[in-house]
Design a protein around this ligand. Structure first.
Ligand code: ATP
Ligand code: MG
Ligand code: MG
Ligand code: MG
Length: 475
């Protein structure tokens, strides 16, 4: 089954169970400044779960484009290294707003996985929250789940909360054992190991309690269901792959990058990482720009800028300099069928990406050269504790705008330590310095001037920070 077919069949399955198909919401959460990006299917339903908003349905299903590249859920640094994480992915979900609860949620998930998608039950495992005996008992009743496959897990993995206060409850997750050959290979590897062997497919959240400011949990009068399953993970498994990046949703993009670079995918692990990172970041960039995010130096725009720059730098590692707009255009081509809104931003995307690639390309070349020299110098010293110093990283950042995440990536690749805390200190020092130099500057006079004018009963109109002439008085 292709990724598109799986998405379609998921939505149809839940429609057949009385769910209303709801389109994905924007990656920029509507009306929620606390959240950087939409990072799961439930985000657009938050107020419905809280009982603050009502909808004409009590069961919903969606395929939600999600980004986990900042805030509480940040998978940016995993991309390229684990087989299962993306910054941008699609989360398939079914939701019950005070309608059905654990029993049906478990039954639907099992029916879809083992019935519709024909997953082999012999390979599946499930987890429940430590004291969730109800969920444990329900799973025990699932006849085709082999004995001994229900594992109780702690709060970190299996208890979900919307925030410090609000709806919360235990989760139950479905995993597939991909076999000892996948992942860390240790004999003691078991479910819960952070390697890729036991792949988490689906999270079923049972919203059961309301937690107040004192941490007291009271049962919700109408408990709800929120589930999320990663489309790319399911597609990879069904297509016989043990790495998400080898499923058909990524293949055309990776093939395109490989061809541009004149390289073959699956021949060098360093090149594979670069190709995967570029493919992932092109998807994130395409969808973020389509939802109105533009690269900038703060907030969401800053995260997008980091993603784009990281892609450009991995392009350099493959010998590519002008390539990223083409990769993003291909993402649009591949995905506009399922996400028609991508069509509206084709030109904007091309402009934004070309511009960022060019601007950053210049800085990058200088910075990479300097970093390469420094690493060679340190390696020559043959001192095993040699590390790239915080001051050096800061200088790169200050002179070339060279991002610290790229230093981190390169340090890992070249197997050399780097002093990140030292970098943070150097940044702090500079901030302190500029705070001091602020005093006595034109700007301070300017501000004093504005205050003085105010005292004299005149209104000041601010024109700009150029000089004292920035202030003109309005009688
Ligand atoms: P993991 O433990 O693998 O990082 P998670 O527990 O953080 O996953 P959930 O928050 O439970 O993930 O999200 C529900 C589902 O979404 C997961 O079971 C998985 O299938 C998918 N998913 C989560 N994060 C990612 C990601 N970064 N890339 C691709 N799929 C993801
Ligand atoms: Mg995670
Ligand atoms: Mg998990
Ligand atoms: Mg999970």
């Amino acid at each position: 089954m292709t990724g598109n077919e799986i998405r379609q069949s998921f939505l149809e399955f839940f429609e057949s169970k009385g769910h209303t198909r709801v389109p994905a919401s924007s990656l920029v959460p509507h009306d929620d400044p606390t959240l950087l990006f939409t990072n799961s299917g439930m985000v657009q339903f938050k107020k419905v779960f809280m009982g603050e908003e009502s909808r004409p349905y009590v069961r919903a299903t969606s395929a939600q484009s999600s980004v986990r590249a900042g805030g509480k859920h940040n998978d940016l640094e995993n991309v390229g290294y684990t087989a299962r994480h993306h910054t941008f992915f699609e989360m398939l979900g079914n939701f019950s707003f005070g309608d059905y609860f654990k029993k049906e949620a478990i039954a639907y998930a099992w029916e879809f996985l083992t019935g519709t998608l024909r997953f082999d039950p012999q390979k599946l495992w499930v987890t429940v929250y430590t004291d969730d005996d109800e969920a444990y008992a329900l799973w025990e009743q699932v006849e085709t789940l082999p004995k001994g496959r229900i594992v109780r897990m702690g709060e970190e993995d299996n208890f979900w909360a919307m925030g410090d206060t609000g709806p919360c409850g235990p989760c139950s997750e479905i995993y597939i054992d991909q076999g000892i050959d996948v992942g860390c290979g240790r004999a003691e590897c078991a479910l819960g190991c952070d390697c890729d062997r036991f792949l988490e497919l689906w999270n079923l959240v049972f919203m059961q309690f309301y937690r107040d400011e004192h941490g007291v949990m009271t049962p919700l009068p109408k408990p709800s269901i929120d589930t999320g399953m990663g489309l790319e993970r399911v597609a990879a498994v069904l297509q016989g792959k043990t790495n998400n990046y080898d499923c058909d949703l990524f293949t055309p993009i990776i093939d395109y990058v490989a061809e541009l670079a004149g390289k073959q995918y699956h021949t060098s692990s360093a090149d594979d990482v670069s190709m995967r990172v570029i493919a992932d970041h092109a998807r994130a960039t395409t969808f973020l720009v389509a939802d109105g995010v533009l690269p900038s130096n703060e907030g969401r725009g800053y995260v997008l800028r980091r993603i784009m720059r990281r892609a450009v730098r991995y392009g350099r590692a493959l010998g590519l300099t002008s390539f990223f707009p083409g990769v993003c255009a291909l993402v649009t081509e591949e995905m506009h069928g399922a996400y028609p809104h991508l069509n509206k931003t084709r030109q904007l995307l091309d402009k934004v990406v070309s511009n960022e690639e060019q601007r950053f390309g210049e800085t990058l070349d200088h910075g990479l050269n300097r970093l390469d020299q420094e690493i060679r110098r340190l390696k020559k010293e043959e001192d095993s504790s040699a590390a790239i110093s915080g001051d050096f990283i800061f200088k790169l950042y200050d002179t070339y705008g060279f991002p610290v995440d790229i230093v981190r990536d390169i340090a890992i690749e070249r197997e050399i330590a780097f002093d990140e805390p030292g970098f943070v200190d150097a940044m702090e020092q500079q901030r302190e310095q500029s705070r001091k130099s602020w005093k006595g500057s034109d700007v301070e006079h300017l501000e004093a001037g504005i205050i003085e004018l105010g005292r004299q009963g005149k209104k000041a109109e601010f024109i700009g920070y150029g000089s004292m002439q920035g202030v003109s008085t309005v009688e």
